[in-house]
Design a protein around this ligand. Structure first.
Ligand code: 5GP
Ligand code: ZN
Length: 113
């Protein structure tokens, strides 16, 4: 979608530090990391929010989570990690293109603020 920064990252129009890529998914380092390891895993297809998912996107979203596992393996992340979807205004979503945050390298508290 034109104007979407993550679509521009997918197209290579905005530079990013890419960690993982396949035909449907790309993962890159967050510009403003909240942990020693902070990676954003996104579908190449523009989907703005979870509520706009179609049934046909189910396997894509499963693959998104599986990519997190592959990245954690590749980076040899020990002692766990946090996976987060911020969704919509109250969920703290700033970029309207679905993305999974993979955060690691420190201990996280719960409940999140
Ligand atoms: P949200 O708050 O929508 O869940 O997360 C959006 C994330 O995208 C934020 O953590 C922010 O730092 C990151 N971000 C925003 N613009 C860019 C960018 O141009 N490049 C990269 N690598 N990350 C970005
Ligand atoms: Zn987009």
């Amino acid at each position: 979608m034109s104007g979407c920064i993550f679509c521009k990252i997918v197209k290579g129009e905005i530079k990013s530090d890419i960690i993982f890529e396949n035909d449907k998914i790309i993962a890159f380092k967050d510009l403003n990391p909240q942990a020693p390891i902070h990676i954003l895993i996104i579908p190449k297809k523009h989907i703005s929010r979870i509520e706009n998912l179609e049934k046909e996107d189910s396997s894509l979203m499963g693959n998104l989570i599986f990519s997190a596992k592959e990245i954690a393996d590749k980076l040899d992340i020990k002692n766990g990690y946090r996976l987060v979807f911020n969704n919509g205004a109250n969920g703290g979503q700033e970029v309207e293109h679905i993305h999974l945050h993979l955060l690691a390298g420190r201990k996280f508290t719960w409940p999140a603020g």
